[in-house]
Design a protein around this ligand. Structure first.
Ligand SMILES: Cc1cc2nc3c(=O)[nH]c(=O)nc-3n(C[C@H](O)[C@H](O)[C@H](O)COP(=O)(O)OP(=O)(O)OC[C@H]3O[C@@H](n4cnc5c(N)ncnc54)[C@H](O)[C@@H]3O)c2cc1C
Ligand code: SF4
Ligand code: SF4
Length: 393
């Protein structure tokens, strides 16, 4: 199998191939890598319920072809982390080898449980506040001008997530916490470019964190240059925005305007302004899984500098998968200067078990018709005692 296709052969693939092989075939996550990479600005994107997918803005050749592509433009396929051999391509670029068959959660240097030592950063964070602490640290040490991250629209009561730019520690904290609907944070690149900001950290779910290395290895050009740090969020799915009205309100009477925090720990957890706490079975939420997540094989954000999650025994810590030398350098310096506390994650058996299990389960979603790399080494699901396969989660 060719692992460095873009480097070794002439890359001629354009929107036509992207549309056929990724968008129409159901592999598209909505990460918006192609949108920000298009030098002709002919790829549109609607950041709304039922969309979160790219589409062509010019109709001279129909929605499935591109006039610029016919003339040789290939930027969109060079930026797409679901096009053809994306996993080995990004692996080779970042780690110099493809993952071993048993490396279900990708390649890494260390596994740590971390928490921010600043009480406010910790408190505002979803888990240990590590992501917020790292962004603030990168700003204070003049590594980055801003971070591409996610905010809530307006006063937050709509729970509508939107991509945005955090330029100051206060803005980092305003964007802290997790929302479980989609936010294509890469789209905030436009705002960064307009403001002349060139040194950026990307925070994004697994699908988005493969965008920078794919752009670099396939030579997408200057669009890939501002990504200096890549912080991944472990992720098995996002939900349609409609889940608020159609499930949380309709069945449980929970108004989104009254919600203060949500989390997913085996169940969907919701905290309300009146102090009440509610748990909703994830099976009930299943039908609101966003379309773009249904074939996603990457739980562990395997191409980030550091991937972060909340699957430890203790919610007050962020599980950090430190993957690249750059991620390791920043992590070591943050620990050394006391910005974060850290302990080996191997001490948390639950976190270790879930990291491997959830990574394996996500890989099983990748279709057999697509490039085979993401499912290499993935064991079949264990049969239940009655001999049937367990239901997909
Ligand atoms: C949709 C989603 C699904 C996730 N699923 C899992 C999971 O299954 N298992 C697991 O262990 N961890 C999951 N995580 C990661 C977890 O919720 C925490 O984000 C992670 O542990 C970091 O915690 P923290 O306290 O260090 O981060 P914080 O300091 O709270 O920073 C979180 C960062 O995430 C950004 N963010 C929040 N919501 C979104 C969004 N919808 N889209 C893009 N960026 C966003 C924020 O803007 C902020 O920059 C998920 C996160 C998201 C957003
Ligand atoms: S996966 Fe991302 S880059 Fe690929 S087509 Fe979809 S939105 Fe574009
Ligand atoms: S499951 Fe998460 S990482 Fe995968 S496509 Fe959905 S949002 Fe992206």
């Amino acid at each position: 199998m060719s692992t460095t296709a873009a480097a070794t052969s002439r890359w001629t693939h354009q929107w036509k191939e992207l549309h056929e092989e990724v968008i129409s075939s159901g592999l598209c996550t909505g990460c918006a890598g192609c949108v920000v990479a298009c030098p002709h600005e002919v790829i549109g994107y609607t950041h709304e319920e039922g969309h979160y997918k790219p589409f062509h803005l010019e109709d001279d050749l129909g929605p499935a072809n591109c006039g610029h592509g016919e003339k040789g433009c290939t930027s969109c396929t060079r930026a797409c982390p679901r096009f053809r051999s994306w996993e080995p391509d990004a692996d080779m670029h970042l780690f110099g080898r493809t993952r071993n068959d048993d490396e279900m959660f990708g390649q890494y240097r260390s596994l740590l449980l971390c928490r921010a030592t600043d009480p406010e950063v910790h408190e505002k964070g979803q888990d240990g506040g590590f992501v917020g602490a790292m962004l603030i640290w990168l700003m204070k040490h003049d590594y980055i001008d801003a971070a591409l991250t996610s905010f809530l629209e307006g006063d937050g009561s709509s729970w509508k997530a939107r991509p945005g730019l955090a330029r100051t520690p206060a803005e980092v904290l305003a964007s802290s916490g997790s929302r479980y609907t989609y936010s294509a944070n890469t789209l905030a690149m436009k705002e960064a470019a307009e403001a002349g900001l060139q040194r950026l950290a990307l925070v994004g779910m697994s699908c988005q964190s493969s965008v920078p290395p794919i752009m670099w290895t396939r030579k997408a050009g200057k669009v890939g240059k501002p990504f200096l740090f890549n912080i991944g969020l472990l992720c098995s799915k996002t939900f349609d925005d409609a889940i608020f009205e159609e499930l949380f309100l309709a069945k449980y009477g929970l108004r989104k305007e009254e919600m203060v925090k949500m989390n997913i720990k085996g169940v969907f957890q919701i905290w309300m302004k009146d102090g009440s706490y509610h748990e909703i079975d994830l099976k009930e939420c299943h039908q609101w899984t966003r379309e773009g997540c249904k074939t996603c094989p990457d739980f562990a954000a395997e191409h980030a500098d550091i991937s972060t999650g909340g699957i430890g025994e203790d919610n007050a810590w962020t599980l950090c998968v430190v993957r690249t030398p750059l991620g390791e350098e920043v992590m070591n310096r943050m620990i050394a200067d006391g910005s974060v506390e850290a302990r080996p994650a191997e001490t948390d058996a639950t976190a270790m078990r879930l990291l491997k299990l959830l990574s394996t389960v996500s890989r099983r979603r990748w279709p057999a018709t697509a490039h085979p790399a993401p499912v290499v080494g993935v064991p079949p699901p264990k049969k239940k005692a009655d001999g049937t396969a367990p239901a997909a989660h």
